[in-house]
Design a protein around this ligand. Structure first.
Ligand code: URA
Length: 230
């Protein structure tokens, strides 16, 4: 929300009052005087009028988890354990998942209370590469790479997948980089060749690599530097 809007939503402050307060330099955001009412403020910002706190600003929280198989990428589920059950953190209901994984897919999962940040990470427009290590039932041939690079037509969504990069590592193992996240996308892409995916592990999302120190089921907070990369 814009700062001028935030101010004029306060009791006893209309738009003209908000303009005057801003022009007089009486507002500060995160410790800095702010005179521009067009500036966006979020629930994480600390906003003061003179020395009075108008909004304390709650902490933004970011975690990376090594998701084990058999745990659902959801905040609630009637049958299975969810990834949130693996987090020992307060106010878990405020957290959401940036880019879900299927029940049996393992690897990098990012969990946060910052919706703008997770959107930047997952929306196809950002074109951030998500890297998956894939193990298959049948051998993988170079033709797969050509087809994935051109894009595959998904009739159900009536779309063609964005160009994806395949690096074949062994007869039944490859790294696949996607720039979007369609439903069961990796499995459907290999399914085009009637080749079943028997192991799927996400290693990277854009600039963030799964920490090799994290065993399946373990998680840690992201550093400020990692958060700023997205
Ligand atoms: N593609 C899949 O098929 N499953 C996942 O969990 C992620 C990508």
């Amino acid at each position: 929300m814009r700062l001028d809007r935030f101010l004029s939503n306060l009791p006893h402050c209309n738009r003209a009052d908000a303009r005057l307060l801003l022009a007089a330099g009486r507002l500060s955001v995160n410790g800095q005087i702010e005179r521009d009412g067009r500036r966006d403020v979020r629930e994480f910002d600390h906003i003061e009028l003179d020395d009075e706190t108008l909004q304390a600003g709650k902490p933004a929280r970011y975690f990376m988890l090594n998701k084990p198989a058999g745990v659902v990428s959801a905040t609630e589920h009637p049958e299975h354990r969810t990834v949130l059950d693996l987090l020992h953190e307060p106010d878990k209901h405020e957290l959401h998942i940036g880019g879900r994984l299927d029940l049996n897919t393992t690897g990098l999962l990012l969990i946060t209370n910052d919706g703008l940040w997770s959107r930047r990470l997952t929306e196809p427009r950002s074109r951030l590469g998500k890297v998956y290590r894939v193990h298959t039932e049948q051998p993988i041939t170079p033709e797969y790479g050509e087809v994935f690079a051109r894009g595959l037509y998904f009739a159900y969504e009536n779309l063609t997948t964005l160009p994806a990069e395949l690096q074949i590592l062994a007869s039944h193992e490859a790294l696949l980089t996607l720039h979007e996240g369609r439903y069961h996308q990796v499995k459907r892409m290999f399914g085009h060749f009637q080749n079943k995916v028997i192991g799927l592990h996400r290693e990277r999302m854009g600039p963030l690599q799964l920490d090799p120190e994290l065993a399946p089921g373990q998680y840690r907070a992201l550093s400020a530097e990692e958060v700023a990369l997205v």
